[in-house]
Design a protein around this ligand. Structure first.
Ligand code: NAG
Ligand code: NAG
Ligand code: NAG
Ligand code: NAG
Ligand code: NAG
Ligand code: NAG
Ligand code: NAG
Length: 511
């Protein structure tokens, strides 16, 4: 997330702001008190014979996978709340937040899809943890579902919430994640943002951007519903009366209604993408290849005539499918009973861990790949231009509701590289502020930004901030400014950086 601060703020506003701590970010922090529970409390019975044989919440080996699922009690405020803007005569002007949609059904069909309990919200388990905040989410969820079916839902992509598991559709768990995120960020940022209480003015202070997929629209609505919790009579379902923009691309690359920066017909970019996909290959590792074949055999839907081949999934897609079982705490699938029962193979947790490790290692390789950087710059440039415009706009809360791909590309260019697939309901915030005093002429009226990813302040990973001189505050020549332990980026530096770096990475003559 990016935040901007404006310097010319009245004293009164300034004081109000100081009453509440500022920060934005989605974080997925882990509770430390979970071991008070009895393990058996969380083991779910699935049939008269079996219960799931892994425990995501208690097995430290599975922390990475658990993080990916973003269980409600793992969604917590992190660094959003660590910087006292007021203490440095800064005013928080706005927050820009990029979210990944919440939990969804697997993108590709899978055998026994209907057996995945996609409607399991985990709210019941959380209530047992006596987590008051999360408890409030069940109320909010029922209200959200009731309201959304009352309002004309053509903007929900004409897709209502269903109890079952449908490929690519947001689940109730996914809704709950964003309701909780919205309500947590409300506590941290709403008071600092000093938003208008008058409905027509409030509406003008909000902007919603989504991709064309129902899951991103529904996630944005859930976030807003959690953030505003029906205050000010704001009807988040009436998107037609809000500043709502639907982008055509998952990268938010349309800029000023042109596709110029989406590089749709760029063959060089396609070639490069193919080259990157080739690094996903695991053919050289015979054992791994064999294991993947077995997994594919188990998860492919029954009605596919020539499964492997016509239905070949990428390794990321296989991971995605298996995670639908894991994140809904369902038993991993087994080969259907054929003629002889001895052949009744099941996917083991160990297989999922191997796949997860493979994807992590891949992420590590890509992190250092010049090709990956080049393509990320191409993909993100239009979005970066949109972000700069948003920073300069008067809106106080701007949401971009996107995908793991959106976050991954942006993280690559901003310097914070997400090694894994960004978890569901990931948040990337950019609170911006400006200075309100003349304590330093050099930053007067300068907009300053902070970047927070899933509760971690990652501003200092921004390439321009690497060399900041620690003991010299308010240095005119710096691109970044340090306030004790907090580094903020100057908007002008960010703009220069984007334009220079894009030109450096833009090597495609015909695009
Ligand atoms: C579950 O119980 C039913 C009836 O008792 C039985 O027919 C079925 O085979 C059992 N299922 C498993 C998986 O043991
Ligand atoms: C989830 O769906 C199943 C079957 O589709 C249904 O039996 C169950 O009651 C639903 N659970 C909730 C919490 O809605
Ligand atoms: C929403 O607002 C109600 C009424 O003010 C409050 O009781 C409830 O805790 C809020 N919910 C959340 C999740 O903040
Ligand atoms: C919802 O809105 C669409 C487009 O504005 C309209 O065609 C449709 O009739 C409306 N449906 C209801 C139930 O109001
Ligand atoms: C891409 O090129 C094809 C044929 O050259 C053209 O029909 C299509 O409109 C182009 N797409 C975009 C998004 O420019
Ligand atoms: C592959 O599996 C075989 C038999 O299970 C084992 O002996 C061999 O060491 C494995 N190879 C690798 C590279 O792990
Ligand atoms: C297989 O079944 C799914 C869901 O029942 C359906 O969407 C899909 O089109 C079917 N595929 C084939 C090849 O029949």
């Amino acid at each position: 997330m990016l935040t901007l601060f404006d310097y010319n703020v009245s004293r009164v506003n300034f004081l109000l702001i100081c009453l509440v701590p500022l920060m934005i970010i989605l974080s997925i922090a882990f509770r430390t008190n979970v071991d008070n529970l009895h393990e058996n409390d969380l083991i779910v019975e699935h049939s008269n014979k079996t219960s799931i044989n892994y425990n995501l919440k208690f097995d430290p080996k599975l922390n990475g996978l658990r993080k990916y699922c973003s269980f409600l009690d793992d969604i917590e405020i992190g660094d959003e709340d660590t910087f006292n803007y007021c203490g440095y005569n800064l005013q928080l002007n706005k927050i820009i937040i990029l979210i990944r949609h919440g939990d969804r059904g697997p993108l590709k069909n899978v055998r026994n899809l209907e057996k995945i309990p996609c409607n399991r919200t985990h709210l019941y388990e959380v209530n047992r943890l006596n987590d008051e905040r999360t408890f409030g989410i069940s109320t909010l969820l029922s209200k959200f579902i009731a309201r959304s079916s009352v309002y004309n839902s053509s903007f929900l992509g004409a897709v209502l919430m269903s109890d079952g598991c449908t490929p690519g559709l947001l689940t109730k768990f996914g809704l709950s994640q964003h309701l909780k995120l919205g309500s947590l960020l409300n506590r941290v940022y709403r008071p600092k943002l000093n938003m208008d209480s008058d409905l027509p003015n409030l509406v003008k202070q909000i902007r919603i951007n989504t991709t064309p997929y129902p899951r991103t629209i529904q996630s944005a609505l859930a976030f807003l519903y959690g953030f505003f919790n029906e205050t000010n009579n704001l009807n988040v379902f009436d998107l037609s009366s809000m500043n709502y923009h639907q982008f055509s691309s998952v990268y938010f690359c349309d800029y000023h209604n042109t596709h110029e920066y989406c590089f749709h017909n760029c063959t060089e970019m396609e070639e490069l993408q193919k080259k990157i996909y080739n690094t996903f290959s695991y053919d050289h590792d015979k054992n791994f290849t064999k294991m993947i074949k077995q997994v594919e055999n188990i998860i492919e839907p029954n009605n596919v005539s020539n499964p492997i081949g016509s239905y070949k999934r990428s390794i990321v897609s296989i991971f995605d499918t298996l995670n639908s079982f894991i994140c809904h705490q369902e038993q991993l699938p087994c080969q259907q009973n054929t003629a002889d029962d001895d052949n009744n193979k099941c996917i083991e947790m160990e297989n999922v861990e191997q796949i997860f490790t493979f994807i992590n290692d891949l992420g590590h390789k890509l992190m250092h790949s010049e090709d990956q950087h080049r393509i990320s710059w191409m993909q993100s440039y239009g979005f970066l231009l949109n972000i700069i415009d948003t920073i300069k706009s008067t809106e106080k809360l701007s949401i971009f509701s996107g995908h793991d791909l959106t976050i991954h590309s942006l993280a690559t260019v901003i310097g914070f590289v997400e090694r894994n697939i960004p978890p569901y309901a990931s948040r990337f915030m950019n609170p911006s502020s400006s200075s309100s005093s003349s304590s330093s002429s050099s930053i007067n009226n300068e907009k300053l930004l902070r970047i927070i990813y899933n509760g971690n302040d990652v501003t200092e990973t921004f390439p321009l901030c690497n060399s900041i001189v620690n003991d010299e505050q308010f240095n005119d020549d710096e691109n970044c400014i340090q306030f004790d332990h907090q580094i903020l980026i100057k908007l002008t530096s960010l703009e220069n950086f984007i334009h220079t770096k894009f030109v450096e990475h833009y090597l495609f003559e015909n695009c």
